[in-house]
Design a protein around this ligand. Structure first.
Ligand code: GLC
Ligand code: CA
Length: 533
């Protein structure tokens, strides 16, 4: 057991938007393979790809119609093998997305299931008669439009459950055949060399076995997410979620050194339950989305670090997500001026960091004109700010037309955004003070210094708008100070220390300080003088 995932920095790729090689305006596997050298140069350790399986693309790949193949839009199984082989040559781990909660309605399993009430696959999905009032069997709501999560099937006169789109029917994991078939999917990819899975909406897979209604949310107002009309106590994070976790963990444990990352938007006390116990382990990394869902203030982030450090069990390992394909990008949430501080934080706090492609450039959301909207969530619940296209725009490689994402005469599936001309990999590679250079330097320091990865982590007293913490290993000790404000700040360090890196990229080798001066929005990494008390 190497526990490589404790030391790794994970880079999340949204495959449609990374690199197009055949001019259809959609990113593909050969494009990712071609850019692996970039990831290796940058210094990340693992890449996670959102789904690339065959799919009608109703939810851009999160509606899988065949779990053991690659969508022709992205390439072939041979392309995937080539990607894995090259990644491994470069010492990069490859994590795929696993979507257990639902399949596409075009999956042969669902086609069989809906064909008749007597189909041997009928019970692979949730089929129910109408409820007592003649309508849907429960008040459960679909996440994307807040309408009933039950769709009526004319042909067989029953309802089926879909937590997301009607085209994404939920799989019934209480059926042992479903479990076996889905666990075989994991084995199929593990056998091909995949190093782990990010498990989509892991905490929603198990539902109340008695199909009881969710309690109504009395505080719901129409400007809120329509599915928040109920509290999801019967459909999310129920006790049995841990059974699901253990089923898939036991498959991962049939292999050496594989990792399971669980997608679950939970507060810290509930989140840490998903490590399981030392005897019955569950997720290696239950995704910690607290940064994504709470305000970027010194006070808040400090409280999160304290709470998480206290709650994380000894057999667990923390992790932090900066941005993802479902929520506004970090540099949009926190503002451009704080983009580097965000990167400094996730790359120096204790735990496995996940960066979203483009975070290393300080990429922000791109406004998508109404006629170019792609995301079904925006189509079904328009104007509430739920659409995810703005954070899914193409990666910015250079200053040419479409930022080098696709050929100049191609039509990218989402616009690259005007600022790509001044914010792209090519420009930032040449600029010693760029954010890209900053992130690369930080990743290098992280792999150089054991204490920055495995050392203890403790927040320290600092002025209101500053977050100060210590990372301590057996032999050395580091401090990180982040100025969340637009004004200069002074911080007393507990011990003299030398600046190793500043977000301003201008402080190599300056002398030892105990009174640390931070410029507006500046973050610094310091190394303590170990020969002094
Ligand atoms: C997860 C994915 C999201 C997808 C949904 C349904 O939340 O991250 O992109 O739409 O699950 O699969
Ligand atoms: Ca393509």
């Amino acid at each position: 057991m190497s526990d490589w995932w404790k030391d790794a920095a994970i880079y999340h790729i949204y495959p449609r938007s990374f690199q197009d090689t055949n001019g259809d305006g959609i990113g593909d596997l050969p494009g990712i393979t071609q850019r692996l050298d970039y990831l290796s140069w940058l210094g990340v350790d693992a890449l996670w790809m959102s789904p690339v399986y065959p799919s009608p693309m109703a939810d851009f790949g999160y509606d899988v119609s065949d779990h053991c193949d690659i969508d022709p839009m992205f390439g072939t199984l041979a392309d995937m093998d080539a990607l894995i082989a090259k990644a491994h040559r470069l010492d990069l781990k490859v994590i795929m997305d696993f979507v257990p909660n639902h399949t596409s309605d075009e999956h042969p399993w669902f086609q069989a299931s809906r064909s008749s009430r007597d189909s041997p696959k009928r019970d692979w999905y949730y089929w129910k008669d109408p409820g007592p009032n003649g309508g849907p069997p429960t008040n459960w709501l679909s996440r994307f439009d807040g309408e009933s999560a039950w769709a009526w099937d004319e042909a067989t006169e029953q309802y089926y459950l879909h937590t997301f789109l009607k085209k994404q029917p939920d799989l019934n994991w209480r059926n042992p055949e479903v479990r076996e078939a889905m666990c075989d999917v994991l084995r199929f990819w593990f056998d091909r060399g995949i190093d782990g899975f990010r498990v989509d909406v892991a905490y929603r897979v198990m539902k109340d076995p008695d199909f009881r209604d969710n309690p109504v949310n009395p505080d719901w107002t129409p400007d809120m997410d329509p599915s928040f009309r109920v509290h999801e106590t019967r459909t999310k994070n129920i006790r049995d979620a841990h059974r699901f976790n253990r089923w898939i963990r036991s498959v991962a444990d049939e292999y050496d050194d594989r990792v399971l990352v669980g997608e679950m938007n939970l507060k810290i006390p509930e989140l840490v339950d998903h490590y399981g116990t030392p005897e019955a382990p569950e997720f290696h990394l239950p995704f910690n989305f607290r940064l994504v869902f709470s305000p970027w203030t010194a006070e808040n982030v400090r409280a999160l670090v304290d709470e998480y450090e206290a709650a994380c069990p000894d057999h667990g390992w923390p992790n932090w997500v900066l941005s993802n394909h479902d929520q506004p990008r970090f540099a949009t949430r926190a503002g451009r001026a704080q983009a580097r501080c965000g990167a400094l934080f996730v790359l120096t706090v204790r735990g496995t960091p996940t960066l979203y492609y483009g975070d290393e450039l300080g990429m922000q959301n791109v406004d998508i004109p109404r006629e170019q909207v792609q995301d079904p969530w925006e189509v079904l619940s328009p104007g509430l700010g739920l659409g995810r296209d703005p954070e899914r725009t193409p990666m910015r490689w250079d200053a040419t037309e479409h930022a080098g994402f696709c050929p100049p005469d191609a039509d990218p599936w989402l616009p690259v955004g005007a600022s790509a001309r001044v914010q792209n990999v090519a420009l930032q590679r040449k600029d010693d003070a760029s954010m890209l250079r900053f992130v690369k330097r930080l990743l290098a320091l992280r792999s150089e210094h054991h204490a920055l990865r495995r050392g203890t982590c403790r927040t320290l007293t600092a002025p209101n708008e500053v977050l100060l913490y210590e990372r301590a290993g057996e032999a050395d000790r580091f401090f990180v100070a982040l100025n969340f404000s637009g004004s200069a700040q002074t911080v007393a360090l507990p011990q003299p220390a030398q600046r190793l890196l500043s977000t301003r990229m201008d402080t190599a080798d300056v002398s030892v300080e105990t009174q640390l001066s931070l410029r507006p929005n500046e973050g610094v990494l310091l190394r303590a003088e170990t020969n002094r008390p």
